[in-house]
Design a protein around this ligand. Structure first.
Ligand SMILES: Nc1ncnc2c1ncn2[C@@H]1O[C@H](COP(=O)(O)OP(=O)(O)OP(=O)(O)O)[C@@H](O)[C@H]1O
Ligand SMILES: [Mg+2]
Length: 292
C-alpha cells in the first residue's frame, strides 16, 4: 500500500477509494479526505503528487457551487469537526476534506463525451460505436461529436477496469425514469461546464459524474465533479483534429506511462521526479485557469 500521510485515527475508515479515504462521522454523514494518490489505468501509483488532493478538493467544491442550480449535491457546509477529530488531525487534512451526506451511490458512472478520445476512441476503432451508440464512419482522433454523447460505465471493483455499458442496461439497473433523469442532468452539467471552460480558453473534452440517492429517493451529485482526475481538459489554442491533444489533467501521467514497458498491472512504476513535479504543476495550472 502507498503510504498515507493524511490518515486520521479518530474516526472509523469505512472505505478507501483509489484517491479518497472515507470515514464515518455518523449514520448519515461522511468525511471524505482526498489524498495525493494518483491512479492510472486503475492502478494506484507508488508516488504521491504534491498537493493533488487539495487542488482536486478545491476544484470540485468550486464546481459543486456553480452547478447547484442544475442539481443538489452531497456537500454539508460549515460542519464543525472539532467534536470528532483532534486539532492536529483537522490541520493535517486542511483543504483536502469535505463533509458530505452519506448517500447510496448509483451503480454506474455517468460519462459524457464531447470529443472522441481515450477508451472511446479505442471502442470506435474496433466497433464504430461507444456504449452501444453507433457513430458515423470517418471520425478522426480528438474530433468533436455533433452532440455530446452519454456513455455510462460500470463501477469496477478494486483491481478491475470500468466497462462501458449501454443506456439500455442502465435503465434495466435503476429503472427507465431514473436513468433518463441522470442522462438529462449529466448533459446539462456538461454543457454548462463546457461553455464556462471554453470562455477561459479550455476545452472540456469529457467528464465522469457519480450520483447517489437518499432514503427518500432524491437524487444528488456526489463524489467529485469536473476535476482533472474525472475530466479531460485541453488548451484550445493547440487543439487540432487528428492530433493527440496536449493535456492539462492526469492524461499527462498516462502518456508518460505509455512510453514504458509496463503491463498496467499492480504494482505501478515509480515516476521520475520531473514527471511528479510537472504533474503537480498541471493540476495547479488548470485550477488557476478555471477557478479565478
Ligand atoms: N456522498 C457519498 N455517499 C457515499 N459514497 C460516496 C459519496 N461521495 C463519494 N462516494 C464514494 O466514495 C468513493 C470515492 O473514492 P475515490 O474517488 O478514491 O474512488 P474510486 O472510484 O476508487 O477512484 P477513481 O475515482 O479513480 O475511479 C467512491 O467509491 C464514491 O462512490
Ligand atoms: Mg472516484
Amino acid at each position: 500500500m502507498v503510504d498515507n500521510p493524511f490518515a486520521v485515527k479518530s474516526l472509523p475508515l469505512i472505505n478507501q477509494g483509489k484517491v479518497r479515504d472515507i470515514y464515518r462521522i455518523d449514520r448519515d454523514t461522511l468525511l471524505i479526505v482526498a489524498s495525493d494518490r494518483l491512479s492510472a489505468f486503475d492502478v494506484i501509483l507508488p508516488d504521491l503528487i504534491p498537493d493533488k488532493g487539495k487542488i482536486l478538493t478545491s476544484i470540485s467544491n468550486f464546481w459543486f457551487k456553480k452547478t447547484n442550480q442544475i442539481i443538489q449535491n452531497h456537500l454539508i457546509e460549515d460542519f464543525d469537526l472539532t467534536n470528532y477529530l483532534t486539532e492536529d488531525e483537522i490541520m493535517l487534512i486542511d483543504e483536502r476534506y469535505v463533509v458530505v451526506k452519506r448517500l447510496n451511490p448509483l451503480p454506474f458512472e455517468s460519462v459524457i463525451r464531447g470529443y472522441i478520445i481515450g477508451s472511446g476512441w479505442k471502442d470506435y476503432l474496433s466497433s464504430h460505436s461507444i456504449s452501444g451508440i453507433n457513430l458515423p464512419v470517418g471520425l478522426k482522433l480528438a474530433e468533436k461529436f455533433k452532440q455530446p454523447i452519454f456513455t455510462p460505465a460500470t463501477k469496477a471493483k478494486v483491481g478491475e477496469h470500468d466497462e462501458n455499458i449501454s443506456s439500455k442496461k442502465i435503465a434495466a439497473l435503476v429503472g427507465k425514469e431514473l436513468s433518463t433523469k441522470v442522462e438529462d442532468i449529466s448533459h446539462q452539467l456538461y454543457e454548462f461546464a463546457f461553455n464556462f471552460a471554453l470562455d477561459k480558453g479550455i476545452i472540456l473534452a469529457d467528464t465522469k459524474f457519480e450520483f447517489g440517492l437518499d432514503n427518500t429517493g432524491e437524487l444528488f451529485l456526489i463524489d467529485e465533479v469536473f476535476t482533472p482526475d474525472s475530466s479531460r481538459y485541453w488548451p484550445l489554442d493547440t487543439y487540432e483534429i487528428g492530433k493527440s491533444p496536449e493535456s492539462m489533467d492526469k492524461q499527462f501521467v498516462r502518456d508518460y506511462l505509455e512510453t514504458l514497458d509496463w503491463d498496467k498491472k499492480s504494482p505501478g512504476p515509480k515516476l521520475p521526479l520531473e514527471i511528479i513535479n510537472k504533474s503537480s504543476n498541471k493540476y495547479q495550472q488548470i485550477k488557476n485557469i478555471l477557478c479565478n
